[in-house]
Design a protein around this ligand. Structure first.
Ligand code: GDP
Length: 489
């Protein structure tokens, strides 16, 4: 792509955003996080809560526009980007609040949904009725982690990816792939067979690192695990090779083939995502399943800290390249949110937030100059539990009560998906730095301190207007206030 065509495209993008800017009426909110972090549940609950608030039945006390009685309506609008699938809100909400009460299908690719909020301005010259159009863009966090590739040569990426295998937790998972790499040489003649085997073993390694038991953070290329509609294409059929920076790349060699495909991946996958989606976002929430990492032990917690650093690096990605100078991201607020806080007693919510603050602190310090306000929160988009004090021997303990999903095992008892259980969720440490303790060896999951049961979504009573009450949540309103509040004054 030459600079001229880049510029024409840029003109188109900025003309659209300029119109929004002049009208002051549009905002694009990115929702991301690694798979299973809670994106689908978060967006569904956010929309459900806003729609119910717009109908006068909200429960969002910290979301000012609602708390001050200035919100007069919330409406779903046709999705404006014809080439992007619409977020399947209706299916997802039906799953959650329908008779089955199941968790919805998770995010596997990008999708969008447009929502308009109608409100009264609080103050100022332009007092009166206004509306804000919010485009919610849901995309896999795996794709976000690709953005730093824009600035990396094949050799650099290969070297970094191979170096990352050298940790206690990753070494055994990478062994089959590394053994295969030992059997080939970068200057061997190119071969589709070899490329396919190498790519397959490399993907197996990436997938194994992500398996629940290890919960290690994800390495790029993100589409190897979240291919969207690119599964099996040559742009996804490559692997790092041990190669020195600046080495002469002979024509027709395996190295040349791998490098070509890596560059194709950047050109056909990463750049379009950056240009068409990422660079157009105004606000971003990054969802993090910190409890899963805590559950897997100190090794996984350290790895999560790295991953969060990589996420913030993605927001800086490509700033040095001409491409990124043209398509400069304009995100001005980023919220990191630890999800599923309803698995903890409320006394631990602040502790979870403190842990996420520690996990992001280094990355945030490094992100200075990013020009974005960054905050951290612990939330539950859908609260599936309530709290109770339960007698346990002579003690009375803080418990959470919910319906464990069918098949969940607590204290040796297998649950049927109908029966309630009181669970003592365990406390998070009051000093957040303790989650890093004892990291000499990654703790196997069966010795982990924090056990979390999966609960069914809650049953919702009907409200005065015959509609179900808004999905109960923890601190969703605080997240909304940070992400949208200033645009609704
Ligand atoms: P995605 O891959 O990021 O779209 O993740 P999902 O939104 O599909 O969430 C993955 C799973 O996490 C769900 O199926 C639920 O089991 C669980 N989950 C997500 N959010 C919550 C929450 O707020 N509370 C509880 N209890 N579980 C949640």
């Amino acid at each position: 792509m030459n600079v001229l065509s880049l510029l024409t495209q840029e003109t188109r993008v900025s003309a659209a955003s300029l119109a929004d800017f002049i009208a002051g009426t549009g905002l694009r909110l990115g929702v991301t996080g690694l798979s299973r972090s809670g994106k689908t549940v978060f967006i569904t609950s956010l929309i459900h809560n806003l729609l119910r608030a717009g109908a006068g039945h909200g429960k969002l006390p910290v979301f000012r526009v609602h708390a001050e009685g200035r919100m007069s309506g919330a409406l779903l609008k046709p999705q404006p980007d014809d080439a992007v699938p619409r977020f399947a809100y209706e299916d997802h909400v039906r799953a959650l609040i329908g008779p089955d009460r199941r968790w919805p299908e998770s995010t596997r690719r990008i999708s969008e949904l447009r929502l308009t909020l109608e409100f009264e301005r609080a103050t100022g010259w332009f007092k009166g009725a206004r509306s804000l159009t919010i485009d919610i863009v849901d995309y896999p966090g795996e794709w976000l982690l690709d953005l730093p590739l824009l600035d990396k040569t094949y050799a650099t990426w290969s070297r970094e990816t191979l170096a990352a295998t050298d940790t206690y937790a990753r070494r055994p998972l990478a062994a089959p792939w590394l053994d295969f790499l030992k059997s080939i040489k970068p200057d061997d003649v190119e071969s589709e067979d070899v490329a396919r085997t190498a790519a397959q073993l490399f993907t197996d390694y990436l997938r194994a690192s992500k398996a629940e038991h290890f919960a290690l953070s994800t390495l790029p290329p993100g589409r190897f695990l979240m291919p969207g509609d690119l599964e099996g294409s040559p742009a996804l059929t490559f692997s790092p090779l041990p190669v020195a920076e600046g080495v002469e790349i002979g024509e027709g060699t395996l190295l040349a083939m791998m490098e070509r495909r890596y560059e194709a991946y950047k050109a056909h996958v990463v750049r379009p995502f950056f240009r068409d989606h990422f660079a157009r976002l105004d606000r971003q929430i990054v969802l993090v399943d910190a409890l899963a990492a805590l559950n897997s032990g100190a090794g996984a917690v350290r790895d999560l800290e790295h991953a969060l650093g990589d996420v913030l690096a993605a927001f800086r990605a490509g700033r040095a390249s001409l491409f990124a100078q043209i398509f400069r991201p304009r995100i001005d607020r980023i919220l990191f949110a630890a999800t599923k806080a309803d698995h903890l007693h409320h006394t631990s919510h602040d502790r979870l937030e403190a842990i996420l603050r520690v996990l992001t602190a280094r990355a945030i310090a490094r992100a200075e100059g990013l020009g974005a306000g960054i905050d951290v929160i612990a939330l539950a988009a859908v609260r599936a539990t309530r709290e109770a004090r339960v007698k346990h021997g002579r003690e009375t303990l803080d418990a959470i009560v919910g319906v464990p999903m069918a098949g969940e095992v607590v204290d040796g008892k297998i649950f049927d998906g109908e029966t309630e259980a009181a669970i003592f969720p365990g406390e998070l440490p009051d000093d957040p730095r303790h989650v890093f303790r004892g990291d000499a060896l990654a703790t196997p999951a069966d010795q982990a301190d924090y056990r979390f049961v999966r609960f069914r979504p809650p049953a919702l009573p009907l409200q005065m207007d015959g509609q179900p009450q808004p999905l109960p949540h923890i601190r969703l309103d605080r997240a909304l206030e940070f992400l949208l509040g200033d645009r609704l004054l």
